[in-house]
Ligand binder design. Structure first.
Ligand code: ATP
Length: 219
């Protein structure tokens, strides 16, 4: 069965979600209060509708309760974002993802029951900053305030060693959860796996431990 989504707010963020979901084969109802924005997605989304989603009657008439997952990508108008989320919650939408504009907005969204709160600008800023301070960190994903997943490129000093020899869990408090080797991904590598030059280690740990590990072994 095809997955069905609703995306509310067709700015750059909401718009790119619509296009990508369609690309991935999903059905998407795209909604925006601005008819100009709706026109832009008329030929992309499965259905594009101009409507004010802070109006509960509108949400009912569009049959939003029958959709599995609604994404609220209203940015600047925090009041509209919160009201829309409340209405969606009230009509019983099973999964609601909302884009937060700042930390206060995020707190309110969590309190009123948004299932997932995303912060694309902040998260992308963190990723880019981490990529910039180190040539070895290829990517960085924040799991919480203190923990992350990082991708590290293996250099000639690490190549040829087994995971057990590096003893990263005991020495640095981090875990190697996977190794990317050309087109292959070795998930949960064994202790006797020999690391090769050019491999990319995917590690999980506290931010501090990841940075110590990166400084000690990658320079
Ligand atoms: P971007 O993703 O481009 O950074 P943004 O964070 O600046 O966007 P806005 O442009 O403020 O977000 O809002 C995204 C969209 O939400 C806009 O196209 C706007 O018309 C729409 N929007 C605002 N209020 C409502 C509402 N009550 N109902 C439906 N859509 C709304």
């Amino acid at each position: 069965m095809k997955k069905e989504f609703v995306v509310i707010g067709l700015g750059r963020f909401g718009g790119s979600i619509v296009s990508e979901l369609i690309e991935l084969g999903a059905d998407v109802m795209a909604i925006d209060i601005s008819p100009v924005k709706v026109d832009k997605y008329a030929n992309i989304a499965t259905q594009a509708v101009a409507a004010d989603t802070t109006d509960e009657a509108v949400l009912h008439s569009l049959g939003i309760r029958n959709f599995e997952h609604v994404i609220v990508a209203i940015g600047e108008n925090i009041q509209a974002s919160i009201l829309t989320t409340l209405m969606l919650k009230e009509i019983g939408v099973p999964k609601i993802t909302v884009k937060a504009q700042n930390a206060y907005h995020e707190k309110v969204l969590e309190k009123i029951g948004a299932d997932f709160v995303v912060h694309p600008e902040r998260d992308m800023g963190i990723r880019i900053a981490n990529n910039m301070v180190s040539n070895n960190i290829l990517d960085y994903l924040d799991l919480s305030d203190e923990h992350s997943i990082a991708e590290l490129k293996v250099n000639e000093f690490l190549a040829g060693h087994t995971i057990i020899k590096l003893d990263v869990r005991a020495k640095y408090g981090i875990n190697i959860v996977a190794i990317k080797r050309q087109n292959e991904i070795i998930v949960s590598p064994q202790a006797d796996e020999v690391i090769e030059e050019g491999d990319i280690l995917i590690v999980i740990g506290s931010d501090t431990d990841i940075h110590i590990f990166e400084k000690k072994l990658f320079h």
